[in-house]
Every structure is written in C-alpha cells, then in structure tokens.
Design a protein around this ligand. Structure first.
Ligand code: HPA
Length: 238
C-alpha cells in the first residue's frame, strides 16, 4: 500500500475505515456524513468527490462518492481496495425500476450485476465473468431490511453505460427478471473480485421505466432515508 496519495484520492490508508459506503453523488456522501456519522472528518476532496470518516453507533465507517458510471466507480473502488486498505464497499445507489412491483424508495439488493459495458474486458474472460455481490454483505443487508421492516427485493441489476439509450433496449433486461437499472454495480463487483475484497450494491428505486414514477434531484440526495439507514446498519453488522 505504498501507492498513495493517488491521482484521485489525497489521503493516507488509515484515513479510511475498513468499510466505505459509496453513493454516486458527492452531495449524498456529504449528506450521509453530516447527518448520520458522529465526528465526521473530511478525508478526501479531490475533484469535489468528498470522502468522510466518522462513527455510526460507535463503529468507524467511511463514506465517499463514486461519481457516475462504471469508469468512475472502477477508479475509486480500485484505489480504495488496493491502496487504502479498504475491505468492504457498499454502494448506496439509486436506480430505475424494471419491475412493476417495485416502487419509489423500495430497495434492491443486487445479488448479481449484468452490464452492457466493456469494463470486464480487461480481465480477458470475454463474456463469461458473472459479477456478484459478497454473500456475507448481502445476508447482512437482508437482515437489516427485515429488522427495519423495509420493502426490498434481492436479485439482478443492470449496470448500463448509457442513461439516454438511443436503442431504447433496456426493457429487454426486464424479460430476464432484472429488477433495476443503474450505472455502477458490475464494475464495482469486478474490482472487488479482482482485489479479493467484498462489495454490495444497495439501491433505492428513484424512478421507474415501467410505472410512471420519479423523484426530483433533491429527493434523491436527501430523502432516501431507508436507503441510508439500511446501508449504515449493514456496515455495522459485518
Ligand atoms: N437509468 C440508469 N441509471 C439510473 C436510472 C436509470 O433510469 N435511475 C437511476 N439511476
């Protein structure tokens, strides 16, 4: 772990807790740190990608944003796992629902992450590597949802490289039972697998591709309280 500071994280390894919560949005990272962590200290601010370390119910936890998309989460998760001693990354995301049974604020625990992107081609296992969550983190998140009485589903998610899809082809993933679409999980699961570390994506539904429902940007930043609490409770269970 001699490769720090990195081009994207100006910190030292001990600055991060072993578990990092990772929203996409830097403002969501700041919101979680300032509203849920005790004694939160800013440990990274390169490019405004705020990383904080503090305490949740007495356990040291970090929160740092990934930015949007697989290249971005690929960079931050790689550096945290490989240069900063981080063991667990829990994505605290939002997603579009592909299931008529999933409504705003419902939680998807992404057991598997499909992708239409090319991130995994670097591992030279063309079309064959299946990015999956860490089973222990997944079990901890299920327990946290059950305990809090939060509506959730466990299943597949799609990490898409395009938000505005010209081919309008996202719905074909729904035919395969994929529950939601976001833009990060497959790359996160790949970097965790390659580093021998653990990852899980916990995503709240922020809009629906099959029902006419959506949240404002402000609601996505602040109002996903079930998402924040389940993610934090998962972090202290592991
Ligand atoms: N597509 C991709 N990513 C998303 C979406 C979506 O509809 N909603 C939230 N993140």
């Amino acid at each position: 772990m001699s490769n720090y500071p990195t081009p994207h994280i100006d910190a030292a390894p001990g600055d991060f807790a072993p578990t990092v919560l990772m929203p996409g949005d830097p403002m969501r990272s700041k919101h979680i740190a300032l509203n849920y962590l005790d004694g939160a200290e800013l440990v990274n601010d390169v490019r405004g990608v705020q990383g904080y370390t503090g305490y949740y119910k007495g356990k040291r936890v970090s929160v740092m944003a990934s930015g949007m998309g697989q290249p971005a989460v690929g960079i931050y998760s790689y550096e945290l796992f490989n240069f900063f001693g981080v063991e667990n990354i829990i994505r605290v995301g939002s997603c579009g629902s592909l299931s008529p049974d999933l409504h705003l604020r419902d939680i998807i625990l992404a057991m598997g992450a499909c992708t239409n992107g090319n991130f995994a081609s670097q591992y030279e296992l063309p079309g064959t590597f299946c990015p999956t969550a860490d089973f222990g983190l997944l079990c901890a998140a299920v327990k946290s949802c059950e305990e809090a009485g939060i509506r959730y589903k466990v299943g597949n998610i799609l990490a898409s490289d395009v938000f505005y899809d010209d081919s309008a082809s996202t719905l074909k993933w729904a035919k395969m039972g994929v529950l939601g679409v976001e833009m990060e999980s497959a790359a996160l699961y790949c970097t965790a697998a390659r580093a021998g570390k653990r990852a899980l994506s916990i995503c709240a539904v922020s809009d629906s591709l099959v029902n006419d429902e959506s949240m404002t940007a402000d609601e996505r930043e602040r109002n996903l309280t079930e998402l924040f609490s389940v993610s934090l409770e998962t972090a202290i269970r592991i």
